[in-house]
Every structure is written in structure tokens, then in C-alpha cells.
Design a protein. Structure first.
Length: 118
């Protein structure tokens, strides 16, 4: 199942290929997600902390149902240190900020694209 999830196949396609029920792959993915730690451990390092923040959008069903994925990357290591799924509002930007590890909230220089919410 893990190999099938890495391929660009829909869950319905996986249902057919693996000959399992329509609900089983979604339950499997949900269980996998629950096992992933939802916190980031930041190791101390010398030098400045620099964040690169940006967002991208996708839609579900039609283009009127837009969702935004906000990302915060450590500029030096390219590690994702914060992710938020929501809209493109100032509240969403604040929610992303609140999810960042404390050291980034307090000490990082943050580069943005000057969208009003940023």
C-alpha cells in the first residue's frame, strides 16, 4: 500500500488495483497521518535563523473552493518548520506563526512576498 500511495494514483484507482473496499485506503492513510509527529524539534545551530514563507493554492471540485497551503522553510537547511492549511487571510498567517517552533517565532528573520496578510 505504501508503494501505491507514492504513485500518482487516486484512492479509487488504488481500490481497484489492490481489490480492497472503497473505505480501506482512506482509513489506512488516516492511520499513517496519525502516526506522524505534529511537532518539529529544532536543534541548536550557529548563525542566524532565516525563514522563507510562502503559500500555494489548490481547489477541490471547482475553482470556487480554494484552499491554501502555507509553508515556512528554514532558508539554510530547506527543512519545512511550519505548515498550515486554510485560507489566505491575516488570521491564517497568524495561525502559521503560532505553529512555528518558539525559536523561530522569537529569533528568525522572515522573508515574504509582501502579500497584505504577511
Amino acid at each position: 500500500m505504501d508503494c501505491l500511495l507514492l504513485e500518482p494514483i487516486s484512492l479509487v484507482g488504488i481500490d481497484r488495483a489492490a481489490q480492497v473496499s472503497e473505505t480501506w485506503p482512506q482509513a489506512y492513510v488516516n492511520d499513517k497521518y496519525d502516526q506522524i509527529p505534529q511537532t518539529v524539534t529544532v536543534t541548536s545551530k550557529k548563525g542566524s535563523l532565516v525563514l522563507e514563507c510562502d503559500e500555494l493554492w489548490f481547489f477541490v471540485g471547482n475553482k470556487n473552493q480554494k484552499y491554501w497551503i502555507w509553508l515556512a522553510l528554514d532558508w539554510h537547511t530547506r527543512e519545512i518548520v511550519g505548515v498550515y492549511l486554510g485560507d489566505r487571510s491575516q488570521d491564517a498567517a497568524q495561525d502559521l506563526l503560532s505553529l512555528l517552533p518558539a525559536v523561530y517565532q522569537q529569533c528568525a528573520v522572515c522573508y515574504i512576498n509582501f502579500w497584505q496578510a504577511h
